[in-house]
Design a binder for this molecule. Sequence first.
Ligand SMILES: [Fe+2]
Length: 606
Amino acid sequence: MTTTLGISCFYHDAAAALVRDGEIIAAAQEERFTRHKFDPSFPINAIRYCLEEAEIQASDLDNVAFYDKPILTFDRLVNSYFAVAPNGVRSWLTSMPLWISQKLHIPEIIRSSMHYDGQIIFTPHHIAHAASAFYPSPYDEAAILTIDGVGEWATGSYGWGNATEVRILREMHFPDSLGLLYSAVTYFCGFKVNSGEYKLMGLAPYGEPRYLDLIKKRVAKIRADGSVTLNLEYFGFLDRLEMISPQFEQLFEGKRRLPESRITRREMDLAASIQAFTEEAMLKMANWVHKETGKKYLCMAGGVALNCVANGRILREGPFEDIWIQPAAGDAGGALGAALAVQFGLCKKTRSPTVGLDRMKGSYLGPAFSEQEVEAFLKNMGYPYKLLAVDERARTVAETLADGRIVGFFSGRMEYGPRALGSRSILGDPRREDTQRVMNLKIKYRESFRPFAPAVLGENVSDYFELDRPSPYMLLVAPVKKSRCLPRRTEIPENGDLLVAVNQKRSDIPSVTHWDYSARIQTVHKETNPFYYEVIRQFKELTGYAVLVNTSFNVRGEPIVCTPEDAYRCFSRSEMDYLYLEGYWLDKKDQPKIKEDNWRDEFALD
Ligand SMILES: [Fe+2]
């Protein structure tokens, strides 16, 4: 038996993953345990959890894999500094203390934090992404594409996977980066780099791509192979601690939008423009990789692979028969990729059989809590609850949802990756016009323009959407079926008030239909999450609709809940109506009133 622990940390969203004899046993992000969103620190809690799940000690590990070669990143920083010296001195002086104290001493930190004295292997950053994309996929052979901001020198790569082998054929190098370009526009539009990219993608359908030509002419070029070249005049990440330069502001008509201030037409149009640019680049990359590798299928990872609108276009318009995207596509997934790369590349393990759709177990790889643990917590705290009989559980949740109530849903192993997939989710009725507004403003406390994702029974996906295959990880956007859509009654007013758009019914499932009649789909399958599947099936029996609204179980700025305590806290602070907690049923009306005035200050705005 060979066991490998993978670790990613010290940049963004630290995580740990454990793989034994080619099978993924456990994986989790550190933020879920420390309750600090995107916690980059050494993931000691996630590591402890992985070891516990595998019922082993650190000394039982055969090796530890780290998802990056820090010395190569250090090399990039030094070279970038000398390329722009003396301009980059402030950025250099800021980043160096962390390098000297942590990033160049990773083996010592691993050994002392974990009391581990075995082998430590550093995998290149994009090998880790590529391994996380290919090995858990259902394919015996496939092309691989990785695209992110930057890892060491690489900002993207392509290659192929065959059985237990992964090869990178070519890399795109810093500072030319599609991810950094998208992040620069994210920053300019007033959202946070490394997390607000998703918001920018959600904003894009409200705008027109009127800046696309200007971006292509002045800011970045797309080559035939889809790689991009940035005009560094418009960026600030080389010589100062900023994403953009003053020239960028001049080009796009003024200062960046201040976070939390009103979104104007400029931001909507810029979002639409950079989204169009990204889709064009990614489609070209997909076509190029197909030509170079001759493979039928494509696997993707890296932060840019979370762009599910572009993924949907690659599936519909690209040359591949099918695509598979790693659900933890960002750097958190590097922990899993590093462990897999070592298991197959070094330890020569064989791949585990597919279960359901792939080898990723639905990404339900985090901690679960037993009924006994939940009961002990509820009794201890004196919270009123009802224990539901096993055969009435799914029905009770479905009936409550059909009645228009919002339910916090906590069931089974926590998801690995940024999306909640029905283990730590907030559920609602997609047929109701007000679900999007209520969920955004009263439950999540976030911007009202952001749409929610539909969770649909796998076998019914084509009844609602222009999609004929599974999308289990909410990583594909597809149009809502035309027959379900309603004509547009108003346009977005000149003052940019998006509530006008949000409040307009767009289809018979309005809460999950975006302004452009698209939806970010999660298909739900019996093999990977039978209880969640059953809830939706019962909802279908009651209403005729095999679709629910699914959003992550957290409030704005908070990591997705991990434990029953986290779930109860989030439930009691927000305006959710009911909480389903592993068979236990809590009605908000019965719960004690909380006396916290400023709890929202606990989480930084995302
Ligand atoms: Fe990365």
